[in-house]
Design a protein around this ligand. Structure first.
Ligand code: NIG
Ligand code: FE
Length: 418
C-alpha cells in the first residue's frame, strides 16, 4: 500500500538537498550540496514528507494525478532565503544612478541630502497602499527568481510612528504574499533631518521610545544598525543593540562597509547572529567574527552597483571557517535588484566562491542568518516544502547562465505558487 501525500515532484535530474544538521556550513563543508540524481520529493501539507531516489519515493508514496509534477530531468533545490533586504520602500532613485554613472559617489550623494534621506522623504509621503503595491511587485519578482523567504528591514521611516508603520506593513505583506517576510527593525539606518544636529538625541529616541514600542507592538525579530563612518558610531550602535538584546530581539549589523569603525568587533562582542557587508573588515575584525561564531552576510551586488571595484574577502572568511551567507541587499540606492541568481553569479565571478559554496550561502547559511535553519533552506523530511524547480541541467546554471530566471515552478508551503 502506498502512503497518500498531497503532492509529488518526480523525474528530477538533480535534487540539491543540502542534507545535514540545521547549522551553518563552514569551510570545506560549504562544498557539500547533498545531491541526489534521479530523485523525487513528496510533500504533505506545508512540509516535505520524503525526498530521495525516484524509485524509492514513487514506490512508497502516491499523490493525486493533478498534484504530480514532472521536473523533466531539471534541478530541484530549496527556495532561496534572502537574509538582508530593504524591500519596503517608496519610488525609485534612478536619478542618483545617473549621477553615479557620471562618477559621483554614493556617499557624496548622501551628504548632499540624497541617498537614504531622499527615500525617507518618499516613504513618509507615500500611502500604505502605494507602499504595498510597489513592494508586492518586488516580492513577485523575487518569487519568480526562486526566493521564498526574505528578511525585510524598516529604516526609511526614522521616526517612531513611521518605523512602526513600516514593520506593520511588512507584517501585512507577509500575510498577503506567498513569500515569507522576516521583519527587522532598522530605526538606526540614518539620522533623520530633524536630528542632524542632535545625534545622541536620536539614539535616545530609539532606545527609550522606538525599541520598547517595536517589541510591544510588532513582530520584529531582529534589530539592525548602520554602524559606519558618518552614520552610527560603534558607541551609539552598542547602546541601541544592547537595549534591543535586553528587550529580546536578535542582533544584526551593517558593518565595515565603507570604513572599519569596529562593526565586526561589536557584532562579536554582542553575540549578533550576522554582520553584513564587511568590505573593509580588518584582520582583527575577522578574527572577532570567527571567535564569536557570527555569520558574514555578503552583498556583492552592492559593491558592484557602487562601482567599488573591490569585494569582501570571502575566501579568507571561508578559510577561517566563518559561516558565509549571501543576500541581495535589495534597496533603491546601493543595490536595486531582487535577484539572488545575480548575487550567485557575482559571488562566483568576483568573490571567488565555487557555485556549490554560493548555493550553500544562499540557502542553509542564509536561513541561519535569520534564525530559521531548523525550518528551511534544505530538503529533508519535516522541513518546510519551499522548493524551486529549474529548467536547467545543473545547479551551476544558476550562476553560470547569467541574467535570466531558470525557474519553472516555485513551491511555497507545498503549493505551486509560481
Ligand atoms: O545596505 N548601507 C545602508 N543601507 C543600504 C542602502 C540603503 C539605501 O541607499 O537606500 C545598504 O546598502
Ligand atoms: Fe543594507
Amino acid at each position: 500500500m502506498k502512503q497518500p501525500v498531497d503532492a509529488i515532484i518526480h523525474n528530477i535530474g538533480q535534487l540539491v538537498t543540502l542534507e545535514g544538521p540545521p547549522i551553518p556550513r563552514r569551510g570545506v563543508a560549504m562544498q557539500a550540496l547533498g545531491i541526489i540524481e534521479d530523485a523525487a520529493v513528496a510533500m504533505r501539507g506545508e512540509r516535505i514528507a520524503a525526498a530521495g531516489p525516484e524509485q524509492d519515493i514513487v514506490a512508497a508514496f502516491e499523490a493525486p494525478a493533478s498534484e504530480t509534477f514532472d521536473a523533466e530531468r531539471g534541478v530541484v533545490l530549496p527556495g532561496f532565503v534572502d537574509p538582508h533586504t530593504h524591500v519596503l520602500f517608496a519610488g525609485s532613485r534612478w536619478h542618483e544612478f545617473e549621477l553615479r554613472c557620471q562618477g559621483r559617489s554614493y556617499q557624496e550623494i548622501a551628504a548632499a541630502g540624497g541617498g537614504i534621506r531622499s527615500s525617507v522623504r518618499a516613504f513618509r509621503a507615500a500611502t500604505d497602499e502605494t507602499l504595498k503595491i510597489q513592494t508586492r511587485r518586488r516580492l513577485d519578482r523575487m518569487l519568480g527568481l526562486g526566493t521564498t523567504t526574505v528578511e525585510a528591514k524598516s529604516g526609511y521611516g526614522l521616526d517612531t510612528e513611521q518605523e512602526l508603520r513600516a514593520l506593520r506593513l511588512i507584517e501585512e505583506l507577509d500575510k498577503e504574499h506567498p513569500v515569507d517576510l522576516v521583519p527587522t527593525f532598522l530605526g538606526a539606518h540614518e539620522f533623520p533631518d530633524e536630528y542632524r544636529s542632535d545625534r545622541d538625541g536620536y539614539v535616545r529616541l530609539i532606545t527609550e521610545e522606538m525599541l520598547p514600542r517595536v517589541v510591544a507592538e510588532t513582530k520584529a525579530r531582529f534589530c539592525d544598525v548602520f554602524c559606519e563612518e558618518g552614520v552610527f558610531t560603534a558607541e551609539q550602535s552598542r547602546a541601541i543593540l544592547q537595549t534591543a538584546h535586553r528587550l529580546g530581539l536578535g542582533l544584526k549589523l551593517h558593518a565595515d562597509e565603507f570604513a572599519p569603525v569596529g562593526g565586526s568587533e561589536l557584532a562579536a562582542e554582542l553575540g549578533a547572529i550576522s554582520a553584513d557587508h564587511l568590505l573593509e573588515a580588518t584582520e582583527h575584525g575577522l578574527l572577532a567574527l570567527q571567535r564569536g561564531g557570527v555569520t558574514a552576510v555578503l552583498l556583492p551586488v552592492t559593491s558592484f552597483s557602487l562601482g567599488k571595484g573591490r569585494y569582501a574577502a570571502a575566501r579568507t572568511m571561508i578559510q577561517m571557517e566563518i559561516p558565509v551567507a549571501l543576500a541581495t541587499d535589495c534597496n533603491p540606492g546601493s543595490s536595486m535588484t531582487e535577484s539572488v541568481p545575480l548575487v550567485l553569479s557575482m559571488a562566483c565571478l568576483e568573490l571567488g566562491l565555487s557555485p556549490a559554496e554560493a548555493l550553500t550561502a544562499a540557502t542553509v547559511n542564509a536561513a541561519h542568518a535569520i534564525g530559521l535553519a531548523g525550518d528551511r533552506g534544505r530538503v529533508a523530511p519535516g522541513l518546510r516544502a519551499d522548493l524551486q524547480v529549474l529548467d536547467a541541467p545543473s545547479y551551476v546554471s544558476l550562476a553560470y547562465h547569467l541574467g535570466v530566471s531558470h525557474v519553472r515552478w516555485v513551491f511555497k508551503n507545498g503549493r505551486p505558487v509560481h
